[in-house]
Design a protein around this ligand. Sequence first.
Ligand code: IMP
Length: 202
Amino acid sequence: MDTKKIIVATGNANKVIEIREILKDMDVTLSSLKDEGLQDVDIEENGKTFEENAIIKAKAICEMTGEICMADDSGLVVDALGGEPGIYSARYLGRDTSYDYKNNYIIKQLEGKEGAERSARFVCACACALPNGKVLTAEGVIEGQIGFEQKGENGFGYDPIFFLPEKGKTTAEISPEEKNEISHRGRAFTKMRELLKDELQG
Ligand code: IMP
């Protein structure tokens, strides 16, 4: 089998590193939007679900380049907030508000709630668009609860308030390696790796 090129449709260099690690046993070369000179391409994520947004991004770049393209969309879903911030996680309460502000706001909204009433999950949808028009999709989820205070310095975004009851720690308190093993993104891309292997070898 020839080495295939896969474009990862993200501006986030950390995601490319994470995906490279997950796909390392496959005979593929990963290329970022920057490598393709497409870092300034603006794709409107107007889907209603994580999966729809991932598909929109992957298809747009695949159609532009004629290459296999992978994209993901992720976010935090808080049950007590009716699923917010959900697909609006990055722009919740305004794109320019800090995560310190967003996180404190969520903690405040959950005041008086205990245990299961604080349930939340990180969700990641991954889509891979192929030049033959086919689109593969995979989803990964990690379940947790909203903590009572922000804790930990690792990770990013909502990690300081995403508490894992079985570990007694937030995802900002565990190491990046430990997080990759159990994270929504790790799980979604591991599933995608298997789908892609079948597709490219089949
Ligand atoms: P996107 O998938 O790059 O569009 O990011 C969606 C947003 O969801 C991020 O900007 C964060 O606000 C949030 N998010 C997604 N994954 C994580 C995570 O692993 N930790 C903390 N926040 C996350």
